[in-house]
Design a protein around this ligand. Sequence first.
Ligand SMILES: [Zn+2]
Length: 345
Amino acid sequence: MSTAAYYRRVSAARALRETVQAAAHVAQLDSLLAALRNQHGAVILTYHSVARAESADYIDHTMRMTSAHFERQVALLARQRRVISLSEIVETLVGGKTPPRGSVAITFDDGYLDTLEVAAPVLGSLGLPAVVFLPTAYIDTGETHWLDALWNIFRTACRRVIMIDDQPVDCRRGAAVARAYAAYKAQLLSATPTERRAILCRLAAELRADPTTPRLTMTWKDVRQLASRYPRMAVGGHSRGHTDLAALPRALCVQEVTACRDDIKAATGKEPAFLSYPYNRTSAIAREAVAGAGFVAALSSADEFVVAQGCDLMNLPRIDASVSAALLGYLTSGAARRLSWRRGM
Ligand SMILES: [Zn+2]
């Protein structure tokens, strides 16, 4: 997502606050503030697609950033922060310590093909580590993610007026389409993989859309190539069917998590140490299932995002990296602790 697109999505108050924070980074006031606050801890970043120009249109705009944007961010992190592996952060926490201020770990969700083709070469050239979290059922076939499939159905819809929940939606009106898109997104999020396919198929027919995309997701062959070419890129789990683990009963949750672990071990020869919860959603049952399957740590998101001694290893917070490089500089400086304006920085 471009910085301009990002600011169209957030509230005016948040945009103002973040502009001030980005300016504080540019003026190097964030490091001063961090030193005054004497706050330590690591920040874990979430990336999704770092899209090539030719495939960007096929990927939901909230899931992608350009390679130029990614390179700007990574250059800043390499220059001004201490980019370390997630293993190092976890070892520090297990040892009862807090990672030093400015420590940053990089992660990628969803197994996009551009993680191998675009992001990994950038990180590799700088010798930086990262973890790539895979929803393994999608990797089995290289299938396009349901959210991108939905994006392409709306993008290529031929019908001007469609019926959604018995209501006519005019596809020429942006706000109505955005509401319909959000409603489908919510419905698909809680659906099973089989239900998702049926909903998407029905919708594509109704909208007379062409949901065909080039391959956007890695296959296991790509994953093995990633691991052999870039030894500092670790592979982690992201459930099997990209399922909301917090919504599942215990038996299904255990099945999703253990199947994901077994898929990765079978394909790479290594048991994954880390998992990221799909949609950052977790529950006591999900955390138990993940710990029971032998994962060492698992990632979600939280308002208070600095990783320090005392954090629950099965619920380490992350933040979305799809912000400007200057704002990312502020958020990783140690000056900020929370994302919420009212509850302080
Ligand atoms: Zn995901």
